[in-house]
Design a protein around this ligand. Structure first.
Ligand SMILES: NC(=O)c1ccc[n+]([C@@H]2O[C@H](COP(=O)([O-])OP(=O)(O)OC[C@H]3O[C@@H](n4cnc5c(N)ncnc54)[C@H](O)[C@@H]3O)[C@@H](O)[C@H]2O)c1
Length: 448
């Protein structure tokens, strides 16, 4: 089938490459000319495991093309996916500007019948809004093509997006017409899903499903972070508590890891959008607001712990902290709302010097942080730790798991290890010479 994907970012590019992989003919369109030019030259604008190989393979096979011109791209499309950004407005609600612009462009350039499929995470009612915009544009042109708008929220996870897209655990289709739903089902047929993995519902429920899923996951993280704070005070170990509760099938073991707060381009903005939507409708959103508030507090927690530790050791001012990991999670270069940004800000404000390293996200981090005094960008984790007073592990990249802590301790001038992801075993880190400060478990501090 001929598919057009509008918006060639984390969702659009991955989806386009995966649709090409299962045999569809895909055009990825973006208004960012530089991005499309680079893609045509084989340069991949984002890091996602497996993506580069897939894009190159299907650019060569001719199954994947890149364009900036709506009219040209729409001429042969049977289905047009929308995967453009939906950032937060200042009030927290979902900014629909990009989706509306895309809908307007589609309406003013489509040349035949078309099913529009919205993958962007949108406020409930968006499908109706998109439909109205397209209809308005067609009316302006005095043409009447059949079209329909279907909601198809995206559940891929950055860091494993290609795998998730090729092996989806479920597909949600929000359609108010069975024929449109069936058309979309046919697109997903090559992925080999069983009928129980495909959920067809009305578009408002599909739009709400996406928000509810992200809000549920964010709430679980905040819940565990709060439990972790209590554990630390009472001398319990949240790593044990996590196993103890996760073995209950009613709870399950996923998404129970405490840490430095959730980030990324989805959870924070989607929780805020849901809160804002509830408020506009006069519905109390006590739990969602609490999840958001706990997260904001959690993002500041590690910098406070570091300051507290050094308050007994001459103060944080002038101390050097090695930052291991910047992206909001491993295997991605995405720095959007990464908790590392809050922690770095907190440490700089207190006069610390930072030696920073991330395996992939440094270019994006540099764009966000700019040329800040007090930040020294390093080539690897060993260089970052050299001469530092402390290490703060912020992203659990695999390569940080494999380090020889004893060797690293020898190159440092202080020996504190703040483990923002509970990646190391307390006893190992301590016996390797570190004061070990994890999340939600007792600190292992050498007696001085
Ligand atoms: N990133 C994720 O993990 C993820 C997962 C699920 C859902 N989502 C949702 O998917 C949507 C897209 O997210 P993303 O992370 O891929 O965004 P992104 O910022 O990585 O990419 C969006 C792309 O759309 C382009 N664009 C903007 N306006 C356009 C227009 N009018 N026409 C054509 N292109 C346009 C931008 O130039 C950009 O390249 C958002 O609503 C997001 O909430 C994201």
């Amino acid at each position: 089938m001929e598919l057009l994907i509008v918006g060639t970012g984390y969702v659009g590019l991955v989806t386009g490459a995966c649709f090409a992989e299962v045999g569809h003919h895909v055009t990825c369109l973006d208004i960012d000319h530089e991005k499309i030019t680079k893609l045509k030259q084989g340069m991949i604008p984002i890091y996602e495991p497996g993506l580069e190989a897939l894009v190159k393979k299907h650019t060569l096979s001719g199954h994947l093309r890149f364009k900036t011109d709506y009219a040209e791209a729409l001429t042969s499309a049977h289905l047009c996916f929308i995967a453009v950004p939906t950032p937060s407005l200042a009030c927290g609600s979902c900014d629909m500007t990009f989706v509306e612009q895309a809908a307007r462009q589609i309406g003013s350039h489509m040349t035949g019948d078309l099913i529009l499929v919205n993958k962007s995470t949108v406020s409930v009612g968006a499908a109706k809004k998109i439909k109205a915009i397209v209809a308005e544009e067609l009316k302006k042109r005095n043409v009447s093509h059949f079209f329909d708008v279907v909601s198809n929220p995206e559940f891929l996870k950055e860091g494993s997006a290609v795998f998730d897209c090729l092996h989806p655990d479920r597909i949600v289709i929000g359609a108010n017409c069975a024929a449109s739903a069936n058309f979309l089902k046919a697109v997903y047929e090559p992925f080999g899903l069983s009928p129980e993995q495909i959920f067809v519902m009305d578009s408002a429920s599909a739009e709400m499903t996406k928000y509810a899923a992200n809000a549920m996951l964010a709430t679980r993280i905040s819940f565990m972070n709060e439990i972790a704070s209590i554990c630390k005070k009472v001398g319990a170990d949240v790593n044990e508590v996590r196993k103890g509760i996760g073995s209950d099938p009613r709870i399950g073991s996923h998404f129970l890891n405490p840490g430095i707060g959730y980030g990324g381009s989805c959870f924070p903005k989607d929780v805020r959008a849901l809160i804002s939507m509830a408020q506009q409708l006069g519905v109390e959103s006590t739990l969602l607001e609490a999840a958001d508030a706990v997260n904001e507090k959690q993002k500041k927690w590690l910098a406070q712990q570091i300051a507290q530790y050094f308050s007994l050791r001459g103060g944080l001012k002038g101390k050097t902290v090695a930052i291991w990991g910047l992206s909001f999670k491993p295997n991605t270069d995405d720095m959007r709302e990464a908790p590392s940004l809050t922690i770095i800000e907190g440490l700089l404000q207190q006069g610390a010097n930072l030696r920073v390293f991330d395996p992939i996200a440094m270019p994006n981090a540099k764009k966000q942080l700019g040329e800040r005094q007090g930040i020294f960008w390093c080539e690897n984790e060993m260089e970052a730790a050299s001469g530092a007073d402390a290490i703060a592990l912020l992203t659990e990249w695999n390569q940080f798991r494999l380090v020889n802590l004893k060797e690293i301790a020898k190159r440092m001038q202080g020996w504190a290890l703040f483990d923002g992801r509970n990646q190391y075993r307390a006893t190992d880190a301590h016996s390797d010479g570190f004061d070990y400060i994890p999340i939600g478990a007792p600190d292992q501090i050498k007696l001085s």
